[in-house]
Design a protein around this ligand. Structure first.
Ligand code: IPE
Ligand code: IPE
Ligand code: MG
Length: 237
């Protein structure tokens, strides 16, 4: 495949462009979301195969509640359907599922489905697959501040111990390495509130390809592009 050993440990993907993919074909937006889900299997398999440790997928943002409730419903149904269909194979492949985001305000069936998937795969040792659902980077940071303040108040945390590392322990991504590479499909060049704290030194790759058309080959090409980047972290190289 032409890759070297420098595989990103943690990749984040903003899977954007489902709606436009469908509209371009004269289909309703939900067909685009359905086609988008179809791409997950390949991308997850490829990530495992390449030795990526963690893959974080942006599925539903805290801002996506602004969409018509029919579309929100379609997205939640697809999540439930996806796990019904795929959980077996995911688990057989050693994938460990986790959810980044506030699960409490999700519909019961969605939350139960996710909790079940987390439980079933918790003992696995393969790819960590993190689904950002009802996720917002600012909400995540606000939540971390609240928890820390609470622990300081109750003398469980010393204010002098609050540093960058400590903060990351209060984020949904606790225990995961920083994000090395963010890929955004769909042509927009923005973060849309995705993993704000974790992408401080990530490399960014933006592609015009709509998510349902984002192939395994283009994924490998993106990682090749990552490998050509010179990461300096503020130093000199
Ligand atoms: C990304 O596709 C999926 C979600 C945000 C849930 P979009 O639905 O945003 O597709 P576009 O950007 O409208 O084409
Ligand atoms: C980002 O896409 C969220 C997900 C892919 C889940 P959006 O389509 O919601 O982002 P904006 O509105 O273009 O910034
Ligand atoms: Mg979009």
């Amino acid at each position: 495949m032409g890759l070297n050993d420098n595989i990103p440990k943690h990749i984040g993907i903003i899977m954007d462009g489902n709606g436009r993919w469908a509209t371009k074909r004269g289909m309703i937006r939900s067909m685009g979301h359905r086609a988008g889900v179809e791409r997950l299997r390949g991308i997850i398999k490829m990530s495992s195969k390449l030795g990526v440790k963690a893959l974080s997928l942006y599925v539903f943002s805290t801002e996506n509640w602004k969409r018509p409730k029919e579309e929100v419903g379609v997205l939640f149904n697809l999540i439930v359907e996806y796990f019904k269909k795929e959980i077996r194979e995911l688990s057989d492949n050693g994938v460990v599922i986790s959810v980044l985001g506030d699960m409490d305000s999700l519909p019961d069936l969605v939350r139960e489905t996710l909790e079940e998937a987390i439980k079933i795969t918790s003992q696995n040792t393969g790819l960590k697959l993190n689904l950002s659902i009802n996720y917002g980077g600012r909400a995540e940071i606000a939540n971390a501040f609240k928890q820390m303040a609470n622990e300081i108040e109750n003398n469980k945390l010393n204010i002098n111990d609050v540093d960058e590392k400590t903060i990351s322990q209060y984020l949904y991504t606790k225990g995961l390495p920083d994000v090395d590479l963010v890929i955004r499909t769909g042509g927009e060049q923005r973060l849309s509130n995705f993993l704000l704290y974790q992408v401080a030194y990530a490399e960014f790759i933006f592609t015009d390809t709509y998510w349902p058309d984002f192939s395994d080959e283009e994924y490998v090409e993106a990682i090749k592009e990552f490998q050509r980047r010179n990461r300096r972290y503020g130093g000199l190289k």
